[in-house]
Each structure stands twice: as structure tokens, then as C-alpha cells.
Design a binder for this molecule. Sequence first.
Ligand SMILES: Nc1ncnc2c1ncn2[C@@H]1O[C@H](COP(=O)(O)OP(=O)(O)O)[C@@H](O)[C@H]1O
Ligand SMILES: [Mg+2]
Length: 267
Amino acid sequence: MNTAQTIDTAASPALELRGAAKTYGTPTGGITAFSDFDLNVGEGEFVALVGPSGCGKSSLLKVIAGLSKLTAGQCSVAGESLKGPRRDIGIVFQSPLLFPWRTVLENVLLPVDVQRLGRNSQMSVARELLDLVDLTEFADRYPKELSGGMQQRVGIARALVNTPTILLMDEPFGALDAMTREHLNLQLQRLWMERKKTIFFITHSIAEAVFLADRVVVMTSRPGRIAEICPIDLPRPRDLDTMVTPEFGEHVRHIRQYFGGAEGGLD
Ligand SMILES: Nc1ncnc2c1ncn2[C@@H]1O[C@H](COP(=O)(O)OP(=O)(O)O)[C@@H](O)[C@H]1O
Ligand SMILES: [Mg+2]
């Protein structure tokens, strides 16, 4: 496995995984979700992870989020060995899990309330984030009044309210229609360029990974290992025209060959 293409040398890593593996104990024996995972994600880098369903992507993200422990190897964040959830890491899941009885603004403020940080000091940050995701007009509405894409944007604003330096995203746009998804991809790129976050983004859309990322980590099926780390040197900002360039198509084709010709996705 340690070919030149899987050895990773990002300078000043925000996130570092060494020989990382996760095996779940079950009554019928161990299930290894992923193993032999070596990756550095550089500060301010956008890394996307693609792989087939069940190859351990979410398991890996939960480890980095501090919600689950490795069974082998190490994970460090900002040079410190990971001990549990950290305030400098924000997480966006596929379903934003908004509280229906809270307004949009109150949902964004949820982490502030949970950590008893005091709403007053954080109110301007929350409002600024709503502006960033184009939801200022909806601050006082309730989740049921919002479309799926808008709800997901609330989830993104909420993940940013503690001003994390690292954003972990687990198939955040997977449940949305293609046009909403393209729009959110553009917004996410803008947010990343303006706010200089480190983003670790899981998707099973190869095109989405190529569109967003500086590097795409391609995983094999379970137990998930790194098949290749592909640098994506397309200029930024990328826009919808980027997707019809030959270079874009070449990256997508290259990654797709790992998955037996699946059409852009991996299921
Ligand atoms: N808590 C758990 N206990 C036992 N097995 C699990 C648990 N979570 C995930 N798995 C198994 O680990 C494998 C990887 O799951 P997951 O990380 O969710 O994959 P992905 O996100 O790539 O679809 C799957 O076979 C899944 O059934
Ligand atoms: Mg998953």
C-alpha cells in the first residue's frame, strides 16, 4: 500500500492520522471499519474523502470528532493527541437535526446554550453566520418553514458558531436535489475561501469531491484503506463551468476507475 501516491506529506498538519484503525466488537466477532489509515490534512486545506457505502467513512469522521476511539494507531489535532470532542472542531451531518421548537437563530445558537457561553456575546457571530449562509431573513422562522437545503445551511451556520478551525462534514448535501447541491457547493467553497477553515468532507459523489477539494482521498471497500490521494489542481474559485472542462472530467474518470464504472456516485 505504501506507494508514493499514498504517502502524504502535508506541512503543518491540522489533522494527523497514523496507522489509524477501527474495529467494532459485535456478538458475532469484530468488524473492521477502516485500517492502516495514514493522512495529514494541512491547515486551511480542503480534503474530500470518497468511498463506497460501508467502507468506514463515517466511522473515521466520528473518531476525528472525538465521539469514538481508534482501536489502533493515532489521531492528532493541531499537534495534540485527540482525547475527546474539541471546541475547535465543528461537525455537519447529513441530516441537520434541528430542534423544531427553536427558531433558525436559536438553532444556530444551540452549541452556545449547551456550553453555557452566554447568548449575548455570541449573538453577533450567529447573525453574521446566518448572513454568510444567506438566511438573515429567516432568522425568526422555524425549521418546518424551510426547504431541505435551507435547513442544511442552518446546520452549517450552527457548526461554525464556536468559530472552529476545522469543519468535519459527513455527506452534508447527500439528501438534496442536484441543483440545490450545486448551489451549496458554491457557497461552501466561498465560505472556505473567506473563512480559511480546514475542511474534511465526506461524500460519495466523485464529482462533488473533485469540485470542492484540494485533494481527494479515495477509499477501498471495507475494511476501508487509502487507495490513492489525488491532488486536484483546478484553479479557484471554481464555478459551474469548471465542471465541463476536460481537466475536471479527467479527474472524475481517474477516480471512478476504482469503483467499477459507477456513474459519478458509488452506490
Ligand atoms: N457502532 C457500530 N457497531 C458495529 N458496526 C458498526 C458500527 N458503526 C458502523 N459499523 C459498521 O462499520 C462499517 C462502516 O460503517 P460506516 O463507517 O458507517 O461506513 P460509511 O460511512 O462509509 O458508509 C459498516 O460495515 C457498518 O455496519
Ligand atoms: Mg456514512
